[in-house]
Ligand binder design. Structure first.
Ligand code: F6R
Length: 601
C-alpha cells in the first residue's frame, strides 16, 4: 500500500526510480509518479493513474536528473486520478513531496490553506505538506520539514525535495517505514527493502519521529543513527523460474517452516526455546488468558493459534480482529498475554492496537515476519517468523510460519503448566516432521489443480470446518475470494443447518475440512446433508477417513498430531485458490483493490 523510492548520485535517477517503483508494485497501488531536480535546478514532475509501465511509457522528453523521488499511490483521500497521484508540489512548483500514511488533520489544514488563497490542485492529504514546507521559514530543508510536520497529525513515511536546497532529499518516518540505502557515492531511499537490495545491503531504518538529510555522499539522521549491514539474499525478492510470487511462496513453505523451527525445539524437555519472548517461566505461569490480535488472514491464523494454546496450555485464549479491538475501548488485564500477529509488521490497525494495550500497561508479544518492523519494535518481545520476504499480496508461507510460531508458544506455555513431558516430546517430534509432510502435500498439486479448475466455474462457494477446521475453512475462503474474485463464504459446519443450508444447490460447491479427529463422524453427517441437496463436495481430509457412499472430490493430506493438523489442511486450500485464479487468467500477485501492507485505517 503506497511505496516510496528516492535516489541521489552520479547516475540518472529516472531509470533507478522506475525500477524501484516496479519492485514495490506488489504493495498494491493505482497511480504512480516521479519528481526530479534537473541539472538546471528546476523541479519536474510526471505522474498518472495506472501502472508504473504506463508512467514510464508516457514520460516527457529529457525528463532526467541526478536527484529524484518516486511514489506508488493506493487511493485513500480522493480517487485514483493523475491529479491525486504523488509527488505533490507547492504553488511555485519548487517543493515536491511523496508520502505514505494518513494525515488526520488534513481537512482542517486544507481549509486553512484555502482561506489564505493557496491553490489546492488535488483531493489529497499529502498536498498540504508541500504547501507547509514551502511556507516554512527555517534555513535548512530539514528544519523546514520539521516545521511542517509540527503542524500535522497522523502517520508518515515521506521524502521531500526542494529547488532551493539542491543536492539533498529530506526524509522522515512516523508509523510508516522509511529506509536509507548507502551506496558508493550515491544514496537510495525506499519504504521497503525490496526496492533497495539490488543496489545495497547497507541500510538505515529510520525510527518513528526521526528525520534525515540525505546527500549523494551520505546522510545525517536526527538521532545520529548509523548504517547497518543486513543479511539478505537479493534473489529472495525475485520470482525466478516461478510464474508468480504466490506460486514461489507456496513452494517455499517446507524450507520456511524449517527456518522458524530451527534452534527452537528442545527434544529432551519436550519444550521450546524462545529467548525473544522476554518472558521467564514465572511470568509465563502468571498468564491467565491469551488474547491474539491480527487482521485478515493473520487473524484467522490467530484463531488457529488460540485453539492450540487452549489445547496445550489450558489457558483461555481467543483471537479478535485488531481493527475491531482498538475501537471498543478494550479492557486491558495485566495477567493477559496479548499477542500481535503480522507478516508485514506494518498493518496500522494491529500497530495501533499494540500501542493502545501498552499505553494501558498491558504486555504484548509479536509474531512478526519483517525484522525491525513497526509492530516488532512496538512489542515487549516476540517470535520472529523467518519466512523470508513475502511479496505476493495473498499471504501463504508467512501464515504457515505464524501457525508454527503459535505452536512454539503454546508448547512453552503448556510445558510450564500441565502439559506432560511425554506430550511435549510427542509435539516436538511432530513439529520436526512437518516440513517433510508439507512437501508431501505439495506433491499432490496436479490433482488439486484439476479440482481447482472445476471450482473456478462456480460463482459462489462455501468453505466449512469445525473447531480446529473452522479457521482453516475461513482462511481457505479468504484466499479463494482474494485472488479469484468469486464469492467464497466460510461457515462452521455445525452452523449449516441454522441457515446457509438454504443456499446449497448443484451450482454452489462446498469445500469441507474433514480431518480424522473426534468430530469426523459429525462432519460426515453434514456432508450427507449437503449431498442430499445436490451440493457438489470437495473434501480435504486424511487418508483413513472413510467417505464411502458419498460422491465427493477428495484431497488427502498426511496426518500429523491432531493439534498440528490445521497447518497441513491449509496448504491444499492455497493451491485450490491459486489454480482457480490461474484458470480464470487473473493477475494472481496483484489482486484488484488489495495491497500487501495495509498502512491506513
Ligand atoms: C490475506 C492477506 C491479508 C493479511 C492482512 C494482515 O492473504 O494477506 O488478509 O493477512 O492484511 O497483514 P499482516 O499480516 O501484514 O498484518
Amino acid at each position: 500500500m503506497c511505496g516510496i523510492v528516492g535516489y541521489l548520485g552520479p547516475q540518472d535517477a529516472v531509470p533507478i526510480l522506475l525500477e524501484g517503483l516496479a519492485r514495490l508494485e506488489h504493495r498494491g497501488y493505482d497511480s504512480a509518479g516521479l519528481a526530479v531536480l534537473t541539472d538546471a535546478g528546476a523541479v519536474r514532475v510526471a505522474k498518472r493513474a495506472g501502472r508504473v509501465r504506463d508512467l514510464a511509457a508516457g514520460l516527457p522528453k529529457r525528463f532526467a536528473g541526478h536527484l529524484g523521488i518516486g511514489h506508488t499511490r493506493w487511493a485513500t483521500h480522493g480517487p485514483a486520478t493523475d491529479a491525486n497521484a504523488h509527488p505533490h508540489t507547492d504553488a511555485s512548483g519548487r517543493v515536491a513531496v511523496v508520502h505514505n500514511g494518513i494525515l488526520d488533520n488534513a481537512a482542517t489544514l486544507r481549509a486553512r490553506l484555502a482561506e489564505r488563497g493557496v491553490p489546492l490542485t488535488s483531493d489529497t492529504d499529502t498536498e498540504v505538506l508541500a504547501h507547509l514546507v514551502a511556507a516554512a521559514t527555517a534555513d535548512t530543508l530539514e528544519e523546514k520539514v520539521r516545521q511542517a510536520l509540527g503542524q500535522v497529525e497522523g502517520t508518515w513515511g515521506l521524502a521531500v525535495l526542494h529547488a532551493d536546497h539542491p543536492g539533498e532529499i529530506v526524509v522522515a518516518c512516523n508509523g510508516s517505514p522509511l529506509i536509507l540505502g548507502v551506496g558508493n557515492g550515491e544514496m537510495y531511499v525506499a519504504s521497503d527493502l525490496a526496492a533497495l537490495v539490488r543496489h545495497t545491503t547497507r541500510v538505515v531504518m529510520l525510527e518513528d519521529g526521526e528525520l534525515a538529510t540525505v546527500t549523494a555522499d551520505g546522510f545525517t539522521t536526527s538521532t545520529g543513527k548509523g548504517a547497518q549491514e543486513i543479511d539478505v539474499d537479493p534473489d529472495s525478492y525475485e520470482a525466478g523460474d516461478h510464474e508468480s510470487f504466490m506460486r514461489k511462496e507456496i513452494s517455499e513453505q517446507p524450507s520456511a517452516a524449517e527456518s522458524v523451527l530451527r534452534g527452537r525445539l528442545d527434544e529432551r524437555f519436550g519444550t521450546t526455546h524462545l529467548g525473544g519472548l522476554n518472558l521467564d517461566a514465572r511470568e509465563s505461569r502468571a498468564v491467565r488468558r491469551v488474547k491474539i490480535l491480527g487482521c485478515g488472514s493473520s487473524y484467522y491464523v490467530g484463531q488457529m493459534g488460540a485453539g492450540l494454546i487452549e489445547e496445550l496450555a489450558r489457558v483461555p485464549a481467543d483471537a479478535e480482529p485488531a481493527s475491531e479491538f482498538r475501537y471498543r475501548n478494550p479492557i486491558i488485564e495485566l495477567d493477559t498475554l496479548y499477542v500481535a500477529v503480522s507478516q508485514s509488521g506494518e498493518t496500522v490497525d494491529t500497530l495501533l492496537a499494540v500501542q493502545e494495550i501498552r499505553r494501558k500497561g498491558g504486555r504484548v508479544i509479536g509474531l512478526v515476519n519483517v525484522v525491525g518492523s513497526a509492530i516488532a519494535r512496538a512489542c515487549d518481545g516476540g517470535i520472529y517468523l523467518h519466512a523470508g520476504p513475502e511479496v505476493a499480496v495473498a499471504s501463504t508461507k508467512a501464515l504457515t510460519n505464524m501457525f508454527l510460531g503459535f505452536a512454539l508458544l503454546a508448547l512453552q506455555l503448556g510445558r510450564v503448566r500441565d502439559l506432560s513431558v511425554a506430550d511435549g516430546r510427542r509435539l516436538v517430534a511432530a513439529l520436526e516432521q512437518l516440513p517433510g509432510k508439507m512437501k508431501e502435500v505439495l506433491d499432490t498439486e496436479p490433482q488439486i489443480a484439476e479440482i481447482a479448475r472445476e471450482l473456478s466455474r462456480a460463482e459462489s462457494l462455501f468453505f466449512v470446518g469445525r473447531v480446529r477446521g473452522y479457521p482453516v475453512a475461513r482462511e481457505g475462503a479468504q484466499k479463494f475470494k482474494e485472488i479469484t474474485y468469486r464469492h467464497a463464504e466460510a461457515y462452521p459446519t455445525s452452523e449449516l443447518k441454522h441457515g446457509p443450508l438454504a443456499l446449497i444447490a448443484p451450482e454452489v460447491p462446498t469445500v469441507a475440512i474433514v480431518p480424522a479427529d473426534e468430530l469426523t463422524e459429525r462432519n460426515i453427517g453434514a456432508l450427507h446433508e449437503i449431498a442430499a441437496r445436490g451440493g457438489p463436495l470437495v473434501v480435504v481430509t486424511h487418508p483413513e477417513v472413510d467417505l464411502t457412499g458419498l460422491d465427493v472430490r477428495r484431497i488427502d493430506v498426511p496426518r500429523s498430531e491432531v493439534e498440528l493438523d490445521p497447518v497441513l489442511l491449509t496448504i491444499p486450500l492455497q493451491l485450490l485458490a491459486y489454480h482457480a485464479a490461474q484458470e480464470l487468467g487473473l493477475d494472481i500477485d496483484k489482486p484488484r483493490n488489495l495491497a500487501k501492507s495495509v498502512t491506513v485505517e
